[in-house]
Design a binder for this molecule. Structure first.
Ligand code: BGC
Length: 253
């Protein structure tokens, strides 16, 4: 394996920042996975410090891909649905490159997970329209047609029968709303039905923390589109973030 086959992936989530070195030939982790709690996101600087802490445990020579829960255009944050609004307009990739002293690429977290599932996981080789949904603090989406990503789709904010999809069926909606698994799955079915009527996907891949327990809900899923669980489970964001370093020219370093 050459050094060029390796990159660091960092997945910034609502509750933790996870990172690892990734073997880009296979999508397998090439180091231990490190996780630290996400600081209460009241300060951009504190999050950058936490990123530096997380990445410091990994070898200093590799580029870093950051998966972040917002719309990202050319490395800059454009939305902040579940994070501090102070991030809007901040050039995340350039700021992180300056703080970490390495090249950094930044990408929406669901797009990252989608890239990973498409290259190495459940959607590998699937032609046509593939929709990936991450079910965590929010609902993230990644939409592909014949392997090509339409970035920043943000379908978690789609209104479904009068309420945002992510308020109905994110992982957080289940825990904070104290929904039973069955009640939550019924909400997810409504969201999936809406996605189906709008996009007619050939495959919908479900990712995110909640998919660690597929036996709780997969048997109750009803959707005209084929639905499966992501193969990379909780690692999809890390792996896709690492992959992002090969797609766009990373900032700085
Ligand atoms: C954000 C998306 C993100 C998703 C999952 C949504 O609230 O708007 O950008 O992908 O949460 O983290």
């Amino acid at each position: 394996m050459s050094e060029n086959d390796l990159a660091i992936g960092v997945d910034v989530g609502g509750s933790s920042i996870k990172c690892a070195l990734v073997d880009l030939r296979t999508g397998a982790l090439a180091s231990e996975r490190y996780g630290i709690p996400t600081p209460a996101q009241d300060s951009v600087d504190r999050l950058l410090d936490a990123l530096a802490d997380a990445v410091a445990r990994l070898p200093p020579v590799h580029a870093v891909g950051l998966a972040f829960p917002s719309v990202i255009l050319d490395g800059t944050i454009r939305t902040a649905a579940n994070i501090n609004k102070a991030w809007i307009g901040r050039p995340l990739a350039a700021m992180a490159a300056a703080r970490l002293g390495r090249p950094v690429a930044a990408i929406n977290d669901a797009d990252a997970a989608g890239l990973a599932e498409l290259r190495y996981g459940a959607a590998r080789g699937v032609p046509g329209t593939v929709l990936l949904l991450t079910l965590g603090t929010g609902i993230g989406s990644a939409l592909f047609v014949d392997g090509r990503l339409l970035p920043n789709t943000e379908l978690g904010h789609l209104e479904v029968d009068g309420r945002e999809a992510e308020q109905r069926a994110s992982g957080r909606a289940r825990t904070e709303g104290r929904l039973s698994w069955d009640a939550w799955t019924d909400e997810l079915n409504r969201v999936l039905a809406k996605m189906h009527t709008l996009l007619w996907p050939d495959l919908i891949v479900l990712c995110g923390g909640i998919t660690e327990q597929p036996e709780r809900f997969m048997g109750r899923i009803r959707c005209e589109s084929r639905v499966c669980i992501g193969a990379l489970r909780a690692e999809a964001g890390i792996v896709g973030a690492a992959l992002a370093t090969t797609l766009a020219r990373p900032a700085g370093g």
